[in-house]
Design a protein around this ligand. Structure first.
Ligand code: FES
Length: 152
């Protein structure tokens, strides 16, 4: 990973990409989603403050464990004056996300355990198939054809 001299306070998108390991397209996407921000030079080029590196690391770490971008954005927005998350912030947020992750892991375990029933079956039944109707969520909502009504 290339080092950036301390005297450089702002990074180009290429420097930010090289240093963070995130693709330039991902950085543009993060910016479009409000996870990071930049200022524009007179030549309309993006410049990021150095602490954006920490924000990108935070976003990527949270994404790696399956936290949706909208949840990450909400967490970042909760920080005072949109400051960069520090170690304590990460500890607090990761604790908050733990229950959500545990639930998702349990759900995936259940899907994995039933997957062998589906291999070679291909029915994708709304009544019996754990792939098309995990935990019978459609049955819990209402009876009848819910997929068609919800899709419109
Ligand atoms: S595909 Fe038939 S039970 Fe899932």
């Amino acid at each position: 990973m290339p080092q950036i001299p301390e005297k450089i306070h702002e990074l180009t998108v290429g420097q930010l990409s090289a240093r963070s390991g995130a693709a330039v397209s991902a950085l543009h996407f993060y910016e479009a989603k409000g996870l990071i921000s930049s200022r524009r030079t007179s030549g309309n080029q993006r410049r990021y403050t150095r602490d954006t590196l920490r924000r990108v690391a935070f976003v990527r770490a949270a994404q790696r464990v399956g936290i949706p971008l909208a949840t990450i954005r909400d967490a970042l927005a909760e920080l005072p004056e949109e400051r960069t998350p520090n170690r304590e912030d990460w500890a607090r947020l990761s604790e908050k996300w733990r229950a959500e992750l545990d639930e998702r892991i349990q759900q995936l375990n259940r899907l994995r355990d039933h997957l062998t029933d589906c291999i070679g079956c291909g029915c994708l039944s709304l009544e019996n198939c754990v792939l098309s109707n995990p935990d019978d969520v459609f049955g819990e909502r209402l009876t009848g054809s819910r997929l068609l009504a919800e899709g419109r």
